[in-house]
Design a protein around this ligand. Structure first.
Ligand SMILES: [Zn+2]
Length: 111
């Protein structure tokens, strides 16, 4: 049975359109840390936190600025990442298959 992940804007609780939903599902598996990503076609913005940068956060097109303000307020002293200026195009998954296996606690010898 297909599992559908529910994404909501952290500010207004709105849901993405179906095409942006697909993009959000795909980028969710991406290994990023302290990075913004644009999600088209709905003009959503994702903050990939992790570690000291906190949770992954989502904003609809109307609340992109609010997301950046929040990230900069909370994490702005932790280096340049929260201050990155757009656009933030997503060029699909980053990180090697080996790195993904290490993160998942799987053996790496099969690559
Ligand atoms: Zn919103």
């Amino acid at each position: 049975m297909p599992v559908s992940v529910v994404f909501r804007c952290d500010f207004c609780q709105s849901r993405p359109d179906p095409e942006t939903q697909v993009m959000l599902e795909q980028q969710m598996l991406d290994l990023r840390h302290g990075e913004y990503l644009d999600m088209e076609p709905g003009n959503w913005l994702v903050w990939h936190g992790r570690g000291p940068y906190g949770a992954t956060r989502y904003a609809c097109g109307a609340h992109r600025g609010d997301l950046k303000a929040l990230v900069r307020e909370h994490y702005g002293t932790l280096g340049p990442a929260p201050w990155a200026m757009g656009p933030h195009p997503w060029r699909f998954r980053k990180g090697t298959e080996r790195a993904r296996r290490i993160l998942r606690g799987l053996p790496t010898w099969r690559g």
